[in-house]
Design a protein around this ligand. Sequence first.
Ligand code: HEC
Length: 272
Amino acid sequence: MAPLANAGDLTLSTESSSPYDLAILGGLDGVPAGETRYVSWDEVAGLPTTTLELTGEFVPGKQEVTVVFVEDLWKVLPVAAEADTLLAWCTDDYFSIYPPEFIAKQKPFVVVKINGDGPDKWPPEGLSFNPGPYVISVADEVVPGTRAILDVGHKRPWGVDKIKFVNEDEALAPAFAGEWSDVSELAAAGRTIWVNSCSSCHPGPGGLVGGNKSQRPFPVLQAHAKYNTDYFRKYVRDPKSLVPSATMEPHPHYTDAQLDALVAFISAESGE
Ligand code: HEC
């Protein structure tokens, strides 16, 4: 393994020149808020990489996957000192959040090659569409037990093309403001599930950061949770049982207590 390059060693361009560039939205020293910078795939893949033999990552069976750990990417970018959390967006508006404890413990990584090939040669045989330009993932082969985390799929997004380094408290502030500033213990538990799972496809209260693959504004979900609770619970567990054409992923593994927590959070159940 080559020694790590120093912070700021990656070339940050103001314009994208390839579909395999990684967009970085702010959170970087020297980059004005609201501006985007681009890093090329060659630069990312040129960082110190680790080759993992993973089972079932993209296709059944074993495949060799070349990765850059998020922690190492962090070190070579001029990430602002207050940033402790990574946000990632995908080409289909799917979203993932990597809080500091998750990064430290589960060691997420960015996939740059599958069986020695970069994204211009994906998909690998056996997969019908290109999971690139980037995939972020976690693996039991790296940290045993990681794949058992609730809804771990949300930490394994395909099609990642944008990332942002943020401060967790700042990013999640809308979930702790206004009606959500003094919620019940149950609602607080629901907030954790929301941020980890629902935010992948749903924007949250007060513009809380999230994906928008669902194309459903938060008030629609809130109306269901508050006034149509049985429908809400059934929808979250098994959308197709209510709407045959539903595309939302089912959550059959959610316990009644987890659904109670989500209802409490979404309807801003007060702590009094
Ligand atoms: C992978 C993306 C995805 C995730 C994750 C997701 N949803 Fe959805 N959700 C959707 C989409 C897409 C729709 C729009 C209807 C459809 O196609 O199912 C939707 C619709 C809904 C609806 C119905 C709204 C309506 O218009 O009737 C509810 C309620 C809902 N989601 C709640 C949740 C909750 C709670 C979570 C977290 C446990 C969650 N969703 C996680 C994609 C997602």
